[in-house]
Design a protein around this ligand. Structure first.
Ligand code: MV4
Length: 447
């Protein structure tokens, strides 16, 4: 096991990694920007280095500064968290060239799966269902029109270098398709420096089901069951849960085994999430692999009892996974609400500022992962998520009741948050009955 690692991130995920390390006796080196100077979680790290001013591009994203902090801190490995440099294959390669372990997949696996078109081909080769669509890239308009007529409208144009919904265009007919092709290519070239695009049939009212995976360097690949992330708004997840209400046990086994096949075929190691969409008939289709630990990882930790961050550290250090698939149960129901400093009554506009008072819920099955405290000032420079409220109870109905009780106790004075929105969603009959797809929030936002 490592003696000391650096966490190339901030906020709740930095605190999460520090906590995992402290229990393993691993020392931690944190980094912070001027805007994060003095944040309480930094005191829990053994050392902390300032990497620059508030703007991420000048601090958390500056590879040379992060590596310098790692060298000064004399660390053996770097945990990238999520966001920032976590899926930056170049940073991954720089770590390798500096002989610092990157706690995540290899640069090769990250590069391969980062290209959504390549990932789609790998899924097909691993006998993982993909959405009907183009074999490879769309080279010209005639190609696109022919394929669209084969698979039937509506179709979705996607950027190979895209992901998370970026660079997607829906087309309902030939004319719209020709416009969408041009727009998608131009947008992808501008956003990612790679204008290559592919096409899929658009699955209407999709459910978003993802499978948590962890793989070691000895050929062991284990899933930690699925998470349902269908409660989202404009590709921003709001609520995640496990088990999913949108699949039955037969589909559950198939989707988890498909995810394991996908990861094994990509020689992927460490933690990753295989993302699928599921239609109303429980047909599931591979979408993409998220080659990092995700915000919503606690949902899987609660139903399996596995500390995923500690498992990541062990795997990166070359240890075999300390459990097999038979040791991974899916017990009870877990729900996570992302608590964002945003004003739901003002178009979810960010609401940074000083937290005057913070009362944290507790009790049976309640977990609150946050770096915030009374007196903490939420910065306008970073993502608006200030914490995650997670509950775990024997049944989903009990988990919903527990979450509503915990939300009613959560007091965050001084800024606006998404707590009232979560109370509305958790109280909605559609949520209680498991009738949520990825379009639910936008469709029902009016009320
Ligand atoms: C799709 C889809 C429907 N049909 N692909 C792409 C990014 C990933 N995170 C979710 N994506 C989707 N891919 C096909 N062929 C629906 C989604 C999707 C989605 C699309 C638009 C708006 C919100 C969405 C939320 C989840 C999934």
């Amino acid at each position: 096991m490592y003696k000391r690692i650096l966490i190339a991130n901030r906020g709740e995920i930095a605190l999460r990694v520090i906590r995992a390390c402290r229990e393993l006796g691993v020392e931690t080196v944190a980094i912070f920007s001027e805007a994060d100077r003095g944040s309480a979680y930094l005191d829990l790290a053994d050392e902390a280095y300032c990497v620059g001013p508030a703007r991420s591009a000048e601090s958390y994203l500056k590879i040379d500064r992060v590596i310098s902090a790692a060298e000064i801190g004399n660390v053996q490995a770097i945990h990238p968290g999520y966001g920032f440099l976590s899926e930056n294959a170049h940073f991954n390669e720089v770590c390798r060239s500096c002989q610092i372990d990157f706690i995540g997949p290899s640069p090769e696996a990250m590069n391969q799966l980062g290209n959504k078109n390549v990932a789609r081909r790998m899924a097909r080769e691993a006998d993982v269902p993909v959405v009907p669509g183009s074999e490879g890239l769309i080279e010209n308009e005639d190609d696109a029109v022919r394929i669209a007529h084969e698979i039937g409208f509506p179709v979705l144009i996607k950027a190979s270098a895209g992901g998370g919904g970026k660079g997607m265009r829906v087309a309902l007919n030939d004319l719209a398709l020709k416009q969408a092709l041009q727009q998608a290519r131009t947008e992808a070239e501008a956003a990612f420096g790679d204008g290559s695009i592919y096409m899929e049939k658009y699955i209407e009212f999709p459910r978003h089901v993802e499978v948590q995976i962890i793989a070691d360097q000895h050929g062991n690949v284990v899933h930690l069951w699925e998470r349902d992330c269908s409660t989202q708004r404009r590709h921003q997840k709001l609520i995640e849960e496990s088990p999913s209400q949108n699949i039955n046990d037969e589909t559950r086994q198939k989707i988890c085994e498909a995810a394991v096949r996908m990861v094994r075929s990509a020689n992927y190691t460490n933690a990753g999430t295989v993302e699928f969409i599921v239609d109303a008939e429980q047909n599931f289709y591979f979408i993409e692999v998220n080659a990092r630990i995700q915000v919503e990882h606690p949902v899987s930790e609660m139903v399996t009892g596995i500390d995923l961050i500690q498992a990541q550290l062990r795997v990166a250090a070359g240890e075999p996974l300390p459990f097999t698939q038979d040791d991974v149960p899916q017990i009870g129901a877990a729900i996570e609400c992302r608590i964002n400093a945003e004003d739901p009554d003002a178009g979810f506009r960010p609401s940074p500022g000083k937290i005057e008072q913070l009362l944290i819920p507790g009790g049976m099955g309640v977990r609150f992962d946050s770096h915030c405290h009374a007196g903490y000032t939420v910065s306008p420079y970073y993502d608006s998520m200030i914490g995650k409220l997670i509950v775990h109870r024997p049944t989903r109905d009990e988990a919903i009741r527990c979450m509503l009780r915990a939300l009613s106790e959560l007091r965050i004075e001084g800024i606006k948050t998404t707590v009232p929105l979560h109370e509305k969603i958790l109280s909605h009959s559609a949520f209680a009955e498991g009738r949520i797809d990825t379009t639910f929030i936008e469709r029902s936002m009016s009320d």
